[in-house]
Design a protein around this ligand. Structure first.
Ligand code: P6P
Length: 341
């Protein structure tokens, strides 16, 4: 039986590949792994809340019952705050950045952007949800982290990853040298290497999009969806439509089997729904390291400028040839802004 390699062992092994590394990034990834295991434990028993006699805000243990995304946010903030390797956190759950002002952390060289529990509305219906994280070197010289530490293009990311809380709990991350997946073995409480050097197929036949927004999609998206639905044996069409409504789950499936995930502009989200800093950039880093692509329909996600913590962008992400094809349709049918736009 091949020897199991835990996340901790893998991180230390890979640390040796960074000659000047003093282990800070390794410890940061370890801290994220610890919080993920705690969140996984709570996500897995979420459905039991009622059975356990949870009544309103106070459960049978007399503890405050928190919404799981609030709980998850607190776990990651706590783990990153005591770990000493991160000086500031930008979270989907917090309007402003959280600066970590303890002696160890305030001069730490990294900042972390995180969506602690993406797709959390799916928990009540037992659909997989996920955590998405992105790590940058701070640009401020010392002292408390600042907003500007987060206003860096995705190409500046040091590491990025997601955790999917599904039929099994997996952590998938990259530090720019490929993508590796680790599955949590509950019997030993360790993430174990299960998907080394993950690569996404250049072409596949799955497209993921909320077609309920069809009427308000850009013309190029409408035309691409129709292309996916046409019958053509030579190009394996029609494709299959697969949309879970939980981005990490859709994107994880497409990473493994190939496909394209699209969240274009809609009437309700004229700038797109997904957030550049803690959703699109980390997912883009991962998919590019796995051989895929990520754009906003025309421009590479990781080259977009960012000036707001919760800035939104359209997202086209997945198999490179599918993202290219969608981009061709977007360019061909680009809408010229009208005078009153
Ligand atoms: P809609 C979850 O809220 C999320 O950010 C992604 O994880 C998911 O793909 C998308 O939004 C779902 O949005 O508008 O289709 O329900």
């Amino acid at each position: 039986m091949s020897r199991v390699k835990t996340l901790g062992q893998f991180i230390i092994e890979k640390q040796a590949e960074f000659p000047f590394s003093k282990g800070e990034l390794s410890r940061l990834l370890r801290d994220i792994g610890i919080a993920s295991k705690i969140v996984n434990r709570e996500v897995n028993k979420a459905g039991l809340a009622d059975i356990l006699g949870d009544v309103g805000e106070i459960n049978i243990q007399g503890e405050n019952v928190k919404k799981l995304d609030v709980f998850a946010n607190e776990q990651f903030i706590a783990a990153l705050s005591v770990g000493g390797e991160c000086c500031a956190i930008a979270s989907e759950e917090n309007e402003h950045i959280i600066t970590i002002d303890n002696e160890m952390s305030k001069n730490a060289k990294y900042v972390v952007a995180i969506d602690p529990l993406d797709g959390s509305s799916n928990i009540d219906v037992n659909v997989s949800v996920g955590t998405i994280f992105s790590i940058y070197r701070r640009t401020s010289l010392a002292g408390l982290g600042t907003n500007e530490d987060f206003f860096q293009r995705g190409t500046e990311q040091v590491a990025a990853g997601y955790v999917i809380y599904g039929s099994s709990c997996m952590m998938v991350y990259t530090t720019g040298k490929g993508v590796n997946g680790f599955t949590l073995d509950p019997s030993i409480g360790e993430f174990c290497l299960s998907h080394p050097q993950m690569k996404t197929p250049k072409m596949a036949k799955t497209y993921s999009i909320n077609e309920g927004n069809y009427v308000h999609f850009p013309e190029g998206v409408k035309k691409y969806i129709k292309y996916c639905q046409e019958e053509d044996d030579a190009t394996n069409r029609p494709y299959s439509s697969r949309y879970i409504g939980s981005g990490v789950a859709d994107i994880h499936r497409n990473l493994l089997t190939g496909g394209i995930y699209m969240y274009p502009t809609t009437a309700k989200s004229p700038k797109g729904k997904l957030r550049l800093l803690y959703e699109c950039n980390p997912l883009a880093f991962i998919i590019e390291q796995a051989g895929g692509k990520a754009t906003d329909g025309t421009k590479r996600i990781m080259e977009l400028d960012i000036s707001e913590l919760h800035q939104r962008t359209p997202l086209f992400l997945g198999s490179s040839e599918m993202v290219d094809m969608a981009g061709e349709y977007m360019n061909t049918y680009a809408e010229v802004p009208t005078k009153n736009d």
